[in-house]
Design a protein around this ligand. Structure first.
Ligand SMILES: O=C[C@H](O)[C@H](O)[C@H](O)COP(=O)(O)O
Length: 227
């Protein structure tokens, strides 16, 4: 099975955890796309009823709406039962990097409002230590070059996230700076440092946020319990 087949496997498997009547956080990315497709199918077939989706990006909102899944704004629900989202890297101790698809800010807000968070990944996303995947940092456009320069001085090897020849814009119209760190020895210290830099809105470090991980493997889906 190639990587896409593994993403499809975990995406479809995760829908088994969505029960009728739930308020479900719908993540973003190529793995989540398979999950939302399967959820839409089961909603259309009447196998899952009365669910409400809270989406983490305009992309997922469009996909879910097109499939007939009822969507509500995050501020129109008082909680989310379960959020299912992708991840770019998950370390041995279940810390994560997210935001490869640019949706980290809304994803973190939705995760924070969720009773349970499940990540769905293919086995290539499991790593010993975080950092080989570039760490996304969302910054407001005003003064963003100064933030970039500061990150460069710190030796964090920043690059602008691009969309063709323009800087990539998030759903909040912000920019993303990717940090090429190689290895992150202390994710908590780094997250604290970055979030306190003026102009930084959020980072792709998702620490102590996940409850369960479904991993797509050559031997079928494997569930890991983080906490
Ligand atoms: O911003 C995007 C999200 O954090 C994604 O969930 C993450 O990048 C994983 O995406 P994919 O399933 O496409 O590898």
């Amino acid at each position: 099975m190639d990587q896409n087949a593994l993403k499809e496997q975990t995406g479809k498997e995760s829908v088994k955890y969505i029960k009728s009547g739930m308020i479900v956080g719908l993540g973003t990315g190529s793995t989540v796309k398979y999950m939302v497709d399967e959820l839409g199918k089961q909603v259309q077939e009447g196998k899952i009823k009365d669910i409400i989706g809270v989406t983490t990006s305009s992309r997922t909102a469009k996909q879910a709406t097109d499939l007939g899944i009822t969507i509500k704004d995050i501020d129109d629900v008082d909680h989310i039962d379960l959020t299912i989202d992708g991840a770019d890297e998950i370390s041995d101790d279940f810390q994560g990097i997210k935001g490869g698809g640019g949706a980290l800010l809304w994803e973190k807000i939705v995760a924070n409002a969720s009773n349970k968070v499940m990540w769905i990944v293919d086995e290539s996303k499991l790593v010993h230590k975080l950092g080989a995947f570039p760490l996304p940092v969302e910054v407001i456009p005003f003064g963003a070059q100064h933030v970039f320069n500061r990150l460069e001085k710190k030796g964090y090897k920043p690059t602008w996230r691009m969309d063709g020849d323009q800087k990539y814009r998030t759903d909040e119209n912000n920019y993303i700076i990717d940090l090429h760190l190689g290895e992150i020895n202390d994710p908590k210290a780094l997250a604290d440092e970055l979030i306190h830099m003026v102009g930084v809105v959020e980072t792709g470090l998702f620490l102590n946020r996940v409850n369960d991980v479904i991993v797509g493997t050559q031997n079928g889906p494997k569930v890991l319990h983080a906490r």
